[in-house]
Design a protein around this ligand. Structure first.
Ligand SMILES: [Cu+2]
Length: 150
């Protein structure tokens, strides 16, 4: 029993080591000094949603800078901005508290006539595709890209 526990411990230590190694690049790429982020100075990024497009559809951001993404649904149907890759790569801040955390969802859903906002810092550079995940909307052109540069 005792040796089994030790073996398990050794095995998980190895797994931990391997997964840390594998994430080495991602980790160095993700180094933003969050304590130094001036959230008050967040740059506003306004994106309008209609049938069937995002305006703008090309969004350019800089890594480690704070942004306030504002989504406005000015259409007649419900829309969302879906981008699992992008949302995994940001750190978001609750606008009403000091809580800073990863964004746990793949998308932001915006009802007809509604607005949604997200205060965040892009943590990794890269090009991320986004789309509206409502049935048929992306096929009608409701998609775009977010480019994050250094
Ligand atoms: Cu849509």
């Amino acid at each position: 029993m005792k040796s089994f526990a030790l073996l398990t411990l050794a095995a998980s230590a190895i797994i931990f080591f391997i997964s840390n190694q594998g994430r080495g690049d991602e980790k160095s790429n993700a180094s933003c000094e969050l304590a130094k982020v001036n959230w008050i100075s967040a740059k506003e990024v306004q994106v309008d949603m209609t049938e069937y497009q995002f305006n703008p559809a090309e969004i350019n951001l800089s890594k480690c800078q704070p942004y306030l993404l504002k989504l406005s649904n000015r259409g007649q149907k419900g829309h969302d901005l879906n981008s699992p890759g992008f949302f995994k790569s940001i750190i978001a801040k609750d606008e009403r508290s000091e809580r800073i955390e990863t964004y746990p969802f793949d998308e932001i859903d915006v009802g007809v006539g509604k607005q949604a906002s997200l205060l965040f810092v892009p943590m990794t550079k890269g090009k991320f595709n986004f789309k509206c995940d409502k049935f048929g909307h992306a096929a009608h052109g409701m998609k775009g890209t977010i480019s994050v540069i250094d």
